[in-house]
Design a protein around this ligand. Structure first.
Ligand SMILES: *Cc1c(COP(=O)(O)O)cnc(C)c1O
Length: 386
């Protein structure tokens, strides 16, 4: 056996060789849009802070007030003494905002998915996962020890075929998908998935980390469908448009009650700091008071896709697929030289051969920012062919 250090070094060297090693870059976010990295000031198109609420005065003030009143930490798991009074206010507000009976707040979106799925399905059950679902949905499915089948991305016909051939072999069946796909920016066909769930006696779970606050008037991707779609389990995060930290599930009261007594990532992990809960609450207030704010990220993404002759954006996330890792890294570097932070996304986050730039548009990006970004992308990134 190699020494632990030898093992780590050879792993790192192997990743380096295929341009897949990742390192943490110190990033100073002076406000919600402008960042400084390596002494270079840039406009960020990589933050998921879609409504720029991480730096909103009312949101910051709410967090500060919560620290003054409730302290910096929750002190214990929610089931012990960590369930400070802000939790129930936030859960009621989230349930109302999502049109659900009840909600449960988790330590993060990742912890939510890792906790929820194993409560609902086990070894006798089937989990059907969209091929491009977020890493933490896979983690939850694996922890459940259910039988996992993958359906082709956004392919309801493939899902139907898998249900047809597998549904009868298992007791319970759960279909899981992102609402807005985090690295592609496209939307799940929720109405079709919901109809299949109904027909095959399955439950449907959507992860709307990137839908909340920016689609469907801020209510999320299900509300953007234009028709009422039944989604049994609506999961999301407080960490993106809401500018805070934490995750949530909205569902019926009995489901939420079961989750609160059984989800291991809730039971065995300390409650969120009061400031995070208070910030999310204040962010919901800002959103509810300003529907126009919630439309701006998508409008800005569409201004960019029009300006660059790309397919019209469906969400604030716009991918520019470049292929090999080295090419995406070089493109990101080019944009940095021009004063734009646009992180290269590489496998295994995305499938091999689809390394890309991922642009995330926020409410506060100006028309001038977007025009200049378009010019740079058109002149320095796109001409290199594909
Ligand atoms: C970011 C993200 C998560 C994780 O949420 P955190 O609160 O950051 O842990 C889950 N699902 C999707 C689709 C995401 O993009």
């Amino acid at each position: 056996m190699p020494s632990l250090e030898q093992f780590a070094k050879s792993k790192l060297a192997a990743l380096e060789a295929v341009h897949r090693r990742r390192v943490l870059a110190e990033t100073d976010r002076a406000d919600a849009i402008h960042v400084v990295r390596d002494d270079r000031a840039m406009v960020s198109f990589s933050c998921n802070d879609y409504l720029n609420l991480t730096h909103h005065p009312a949101v910051k003030a709410a967090a500060v007030a919560a620290i003054e009143r409730h302290g910096t930490g929750a002190g214990a798991s929610r089931l012990i003494t960590g369930n400070h009074p802000l939790y129930s206010v936030l859960e009621d507000r989230l349930a109302q905002w999502k049109g659900a009976e009840a909600a449960c707040v988790f330590g993060s979106g990742y912890l939510a998915n890792a906790g929820i799925i194993p409560v609902l399905v086990g070894p006798d059950d089937l989990v059907l996962v969209d091929a491009l679902s977020h890493s933490c949905l896979w983690a939850g499915a694996q922890l459940s020890r259910g039988h996992v089948e993958v359906f082709r991305h956004n392919d309801a016909d493939h899902l139907r075929a898998l249900l047809e051939s597998n549904r009868g072999l298992y007791t319970r069946t759960l279909i899981v998908t992102d609402g807005v796909f985090s690295m592609d920016g496209d939307l799940a066909p929720l109405a079709a998935l919901s109809a299949l769930a109904e027909h095959y006696d399955a439950w449907l779970m959507s992860d709307d980390a990137h839908g909340l606050g920016v689609l469907g008037g801020g209510h999320g991707s299900a509300s953007a469908c234009g028709e009422k779609v039944k989604i049994d389990l609506q999961m999301g995060t407080l960490s993106k448009a809401l500018g805070s930290y934490g995750g949530y599930l909205c569902a019926s009261r009995p489901v939420i009650d079961l989750i609160k007594t059984r989800a291991r990532t809730l039971v065995y992990s300390t409650g969120l700091p009061p400031a995070s809960v208070a910030a999310a609450l204040a962010a919901l207030d800002v959103m509810a008071a300003d529907p126009a704010l919630c439309r701006r990220p998508l409008d800005n993404a569409r201004a960019f896709t029009r300006g660059c002759d790309l397919a019209l954006a469906e969400s604030p996330i716009v991918p520019l697929i470049l292929g090999e890792e080295a090419r995406a890294l070089a493109a990101s570097k080019t944009l940095e030289e021009e004063g734009f932070l646009v992180t290269a996304i590489r496998p295994p986050t995305v499938p091999a051969g689809t390394a890309r730039l991922r642009f995330a548009f926020t409410a506060g990006h100006t028309a001038a920012d977007i025009v200049r970004l378009c010019t740079v992308v058109r002149n320095r990134i796109l001409p290199q062919g594909s």
